[in-house]
Design a protein around this ligand. Structure first.
Ligand SMILES: [Zn+2]
Ligand SMILES: [Zn+2]
Length: 656
């Protein structure tokens, strides 16, 4: 809907409300007269009429700027001469909402003089909304749903115009922040879900709330202006604190929301730029990033933290935790924090929790440690930022801590293990593989420096890192020569096999690749096919991803085969079957990978078409290897199985 149409509708609604307020006010007057309660009813109706006429004295008398609370509201109103006054019932609320609905189109003078009033500042109207909200929480929703023009004016912190005046904006902002604070954080009476959903309807309000929290540090222009209006630094600091409180309140309620609203809320907050783009177009600092900077600031403090600072730190952690999947850009900064400032176990543990969650690609899995949704992009970013080195540092620093390997799932040991597992799951994916190669030198260096005790759990973690590095290399898939990335030559046909030279390429072509290059697996040639058996993908993006995974796996197949020749031969001999009856299963989904030799009849179902094809088509000179891995691509998560054949003599030669 166009905004002018929207405005038109709102105006009509406002006119309607004004009308109904009028009838309500007159009915109150009539009823109070007829009931004979002339004293209170009479004075209340007089004040309503005065507010309607824009009377300064009456309007200010009805707005309480401090010390007002729900339980004393009636009493405090009575002290000012109003008995049994309800903002909503009397029509005051509607009158004020109607006045404020003109804040985009008319000047304050035009509005006030049209009713013959002498009101000094529109802030008094906003103060009445605040008072109404406090005294009668039941009208909160009515307020939230009927302040769109006001929200648009007050949230536009570039133009900063209320009733077309900058002065009125300055006068109104404290009251407006106060209003939103009372609608959100301080409101414990109304149905939170309903309020949050109503707030979400105001485009830009959430972002503004985030930005209020940063005014003190990032908006010298606004601070200067507010000071010029006599607003003290303390009040500005209070705006910032209230804003943080509101964000916490909002995030805290996300569980109540429908999935869509929840994501909309977290996304808006998590990615909100800390200062408005109109003020500084180049500033891309997200709210989450700002929070992480806040953690940095706390961590950098040399002195011990006060209780207040500690609780502030924990709050920051918990907000970041809720937002982490919505602010990917902070991965680097979070890891930097872990690398440089994690002197205490609990602090390091928090960084580890957040690091783990950042590596996961879907929100559903964010809390489950056995989550199986590692994201190639996120993990690659984290590795380049030093995720693995950070974890190695934590192992060394905290392995002696009493809780390092507690039974809890959230122990440092459990978390680091989950991180390494996630890395290993995508270590053959394009971006992560590249990142590991890029970071290899630094990781190897850290591995050599790390001193650990003899504890097997620490050793196992280091073993996982070695395995990840080990699996990440470039080799000729014919002669197993180690290659630099630029030396790799790919088969022109399938673009999947890696060679050191045209000699190796030709050898491989003549010894089996010719039969498999650019063809798909079929059961009848299962004994001689080399390449991907499953999955077959029709999704182009996933297929491209699979292709990259395939190259990375093909490069290390021969190396894995030769490195484990002893295991393979001993397992085969304990099965007491000839090598050509064996199928070697490499489980690359494990970290480190596991190897299992099976008789082909055990591997296939006895009546399987694939097994019949295997028997018919196999050569007795080769041993069949199948490499299992996993593909993660968006929503897709599938097992990958790639088959290769190696001559018996290669493994025998290796074990002479
Ligand atoms: Zn070669
Ligand atoms: Zn090929």
């Amino acid at each position: 809907m166009g905004s002018s149409k929207k405005k038109g509708q709102q105006r009509k609604a406002a006119a309607k409300r004004a009308q109904s307020a009028e009838t309500m006010a007159s009915s109150i007057i009539n009823s109070s007269v007829s009931s004979g309660d002339a004293i209170s009813g009479g004075s209340n109706s007089k004040i309503v009429a005065k507010v309607r006429r824009g009377n300064n004295y009456a309007t200010k008398k009805l707005s309480f700027t401090s010390q007002f609370n729900r339980f004393r509201a009636a009493e405090m109103l009575a002290e000012r001469g109003f008995r049994n006054l309800s903002y909503e019932q009397s029509g005051i609320l509607s009158i004020v909402l109607d006045f404020l609905n003109w804040c985009e189109d008319d000047t304050f003078h035009q509005v006030v003089s049209s009713v013959g009033g002498d009101l000094k500042s529109p802030a008094s109207w906003i103060d009445i909304l605040v008072s109404a909200c406090i005294a009668e929480p039941g009208c909160t929703l009515q307020i939230v749903e009927n302040i769109s023009p006001l929200v648009r004016c007050m949230c536009n912190d570039t133009e900063r115009q209320l009733f077309k005046s900058n002065k009125h904006w300055k006068q109104g902002i404290v009251s407006f922040v106060n209003l939103i604070t009372n609608v959100t954080e301080y409101n414990v009476y109304e149905d939170k879900k309903v309020i949050v959903e109503a707030l979400l309807q105001h485009e830009g309000l959430l972002t503004s709330i985030v930005q209020w929290g940063c005014w003190k540090d990032h908006r010298p222009d606004i601070v200067k202006e507010l000071k010029s209006e006599g607003i003290t630094v303390n009040v500005i600091a209070k705006i910032c604190n209230n804003a943080t409180g509101m964000v916490e309140w909002l995030i805290d309620g996300t569980e109540l929301l429908e999935k869509e609203s929840k994501y909309q809320l977290l996304d808006t907050i998590g990615t909100a730029s800390v200062i408005s783009k109109e003020y500084n177009t180049s500033c891309m600092v997200s709210y989450t990033y700002g929070l992480v900077r806040g953690l940095h600031a706390v961590a950098e403090m040399a002195r011990p933290l006060t209780t207040e600072e500690e609780s502030r730190r924990d709050t920051l952690f918990s907000i970041i935790q809720s937002l982490i999947l919505h602010g990917v850009s902070i991965i680097t900064d979070m890891i930097d924090l872990g690398l440089n400032y994690a002197p205490k176990y609990t602090f390091a543990l928090n960084v580890t929790v957040l690091s783990f969650r950042m590596t996961q690609g879907t929100i559903e899995n964010e809390l489950r440690l056995n989550a199986d949704s590692p994201s190639d992009t996120r993990i690659a970013t984290a590795i380049r930022a030093g995720l693995i080195e950070m974890c190695l540092g934590f192992i060394e620093q905290f392995e002696k801590h009493e809780s390092f390997k507690s039974d809890e799932l959230l122990s440092m040991h459990g978390l680091i293990r989950s991180i390494f597992k996630s890395i290993s799951k995508v270590s053959l994916h394009q971006k992560t593989a590249k990142a590991i190669r890029h970071q290899k030198g630094s990781i190897v260096e850290k591995l050599m420096q790390v001193h650990i005790t003899n504890k097997s759990e620490s050793k196992k973690l280091l073993e996982m890192v070695r395995s990840i590095l080990d699996m990440n290399g470039s080799y000729c898939c014919r002669c197993n020569k180690s290659l630099s990335r630029t030396e790799v030559k790919l088969c022109n046909g399938c673009g999947c096999m890696t060679y050191c030279s045209s000699e190796c390429q030709r050898d491989d072509w003549l010894n089996g690749h010719k039969l498999s290059c650019c063809t798909q697996f079929t059961d009848d040639k299962s004994g001689q096919f080399q390449g991907t058996v499953i999955p077959i993908l029709d999704n182009a993006r996933a297929a491209a991803k699979l292709h990259e995974i395939e190259i990375n796996i093909n490069m290390i197949q021969l190396k894995l085969f030769l490195d484990h020749s002893e295991t393979i031969l001993s397992q085969a001999s304990s099965l007491d079957i000839p090598l050509y009856d064996c199928i070697v299963k490499f489980e690359l989904r494990h970290c480190p990978p596991t190897i299992e030799v099976k008789k082909y009849t055990e591997f296939y179902d006895n009546f399987d078409e694939q097994m019949l094809g295997f028997v018919d088509s196999r050569s007795r000179d080769n041993i069949i290897c199948v490499y299992y891995s996993q593909i993660y691509s968006g929503e897709l998560k599938d097992c990958v199985a790639i088959q290769r054949l190696f001559p018996h003599e290669w493994i025998m030669k290796q074990n002479k």
